[in-house]
Design a protein. Structure first.
Length: 255
């Protein structure tokens, strides 16, 4: 996919890709908690699938892996999942490809060790920030849909009186369809937002902000470590941030 004039509109091929990404996002929304739960909806898998769909699997890995590390404890296992991470992962990857500004994924730690962060790593950090914000922005939508599901499911209590199981099946189908539509629309909206706003905004960022963005992929591992430690009560201290920075810096020196 080549760079496009975002103000002039997409070509048919661009809109077709948006459609496929939208469908992927909807199916991943179903997978998260409503159906199957294969965990393909986890950020790493979701971003990689989007990358494969767009022809840039390395970009999917570059975005999905840090997101997965940061959200390592945000799992749909006996708890409410926070955010809309799968749609955000698809949006970050697909929007970047549509904007025609794909960084050299999975590389770039050398820039930090040399004293000046590489633009590719800074752009990756900017995309991760956008994905995190889009995921958090989708959380109220997910909660609103679940409240709607509760209203629908309460209608099923009439089955206790008349034994009409078809009613329950219809309600379940309605809930699944709503999840699919929600994921598809939010994913497509995210793709367009990243392509038309978030990636172009990166071009006008001050140099200092870009430098800070280059640290985001490295700090993602520290967030994951801290989340695991706090969840299991091993430690509650900011020192895990320092440990993550040291680990990221060491990785930069060795790569």
């Amino acid at each position: 996919m080549t760079a496009i004039d975002l103000m002039g509109g997409f070509t048919g091929a661009h809109w077709a890709l948006v459609g496929w990404l939208s469908l992927l996002s909807g199916l991943l929304a179903l997978d998260e908690t409503a159906l199957a739960q294969t965990w393909l909806s986890q950020p790493l898998c979701a971003a990689t699938l989007a990358g494969l769909l767009c022809g840039h699997p390395a970009l999917g890995l570059a975005i999905g892996l840090p997101l997965q590390l940061a959200l390592v404890m945000n799992l749909p296992v006996g708890q409410t999942v926070t955010g809309e991470a799968s749609a955000a992962a698809v949006a970050a990857v697909g929007g970047t490809v549509l904007a025609g500004k794909v960084p050299a994924a999975l590389g770039g730690f050398h820039g930090l060790t040399a004293g000046a962060p590489r633009g590719d790593l800074a752009l990756t950090g900017w995309l991760l920030l956008g994905a995190a914000l889009w995921s958090l922005g989708g959380h109220p939508l997910v909660q609103a849909q679940r409240r709607l599901h509760l209203i629908w499911m309460l209608q099923g209590r009439r089955t206790l009186r008349d034994g009409n199981l078809v009613r329950i099946e219809r309600i379940q189908g309605r809930c699944l369809a709503a999840t699919l539509v929600r994921g598809a629309i939010y994913g497509a909206a995210g793709v367009l937002a990243v392509a038309g706003l978030w990636v172009p905004l990166y071009g006008v960022l001050p140099a200092g902000v870009r430098g800070a963005m280059a640290w985001v992929p490295i700090l993602a591992s520290a967030l994951g470590i801290g989340a695991v430690l706090e969840r299991y009560g091993v430690a509650r201290h900011w020192r895990w941030v320092g440990a993550g920075v040291v680990a990221g810096w060491s990785l930069g020196v060795l790569t």
